[in-house]
Design a protein around this ligand. Sequence first.
Ligand SMILES: C[S@@+](CC[C@H](N)C(=O)[O-])C[C@H]1O[C@@H](n2cnc3c(N)ncnc32)[C@H](O)[C@@H]1O
Length: 245
Amino acid sequence: MVGAAPDGAGDPQSAARAVREMFTSIAPRYDLLNHLLSFNIDRLWWRRAAKSFAHILSKPDARVLDLCCGTGDMTFALRRRAGKSNPKILGADFSHTMLQQASKKSTGTSLRWVEADALQLPFPDGEFDLLTAAFGFRSLADYDAGLREIVRVLAPRGECGILDFGEPGGLLGSFYRVYFKKVLPAIGTMISGVRGPYAYLPASVERFPAPTEMLGRMRQAGFEEALWTPYSFGIAGLYRGVKSQ
Ligand SMILES: C[S@@+](CC[C@H](N)C(=O)[O-])C[C@H]1O[C@@H](n2cnc3c(N)ncnc32)[C@H](O)[C@@H]1O
């Protein structure tokens, strides 16, 4: 089984619990740190990912789920891209505190939030036309089970977009690794006041399957088409999948 394994977690249940506690502990400062540590590039990534699904978001009857939505920034990017077509967009996460932050920011919008575990979604088969997951899929305790659950809730020909960090190569990669493994955990720990999460981030990216392997896992789970697009020289990237008919 391949999935997230925060320090000290010996089985999938304790891994999931550790991940939830981690995000719950940083929820109040999550947005601030995210924008600061990514130099605001995260906003471009969410926007670019949402744009990839403009053909679905422009349909008023589309049903959209943003999984591992956290404080909702990917969800808001989907909402903005959808504009007047106003399809039904839900954000789901298993951290109550992260969802509280999302909810505070969404007053006056049609967005809805659901507390749910990505590995056991409370939705019937074929419920969504589009499912996204930004920077959260990597934290699932079992990637294959996560992909199967995504495929289950997608309608035939439904699409999925998993946005997550990657490991850029070359000279840029060497500089980036110093930043990501040394500078970012130090600043993150200082501002959040919690050590675990910002040490976990680079470790979890290192553990995450490389694009070729991840695409293979997506096809295995039931995606007919699977494709990876690097963002910002591969610092992040979007995995897109289309479910078979
Ligand atoms: C790094 S945050 C990303 C939040 C948001 N999507 C963004 O782009 O800023 C990862 C989120 O995934 C959630 N998460 C991790 N594992 C989950 C699971 N098994 N089920 C639901 N949510 C999960 C965490 O609670 C956290 O809010």
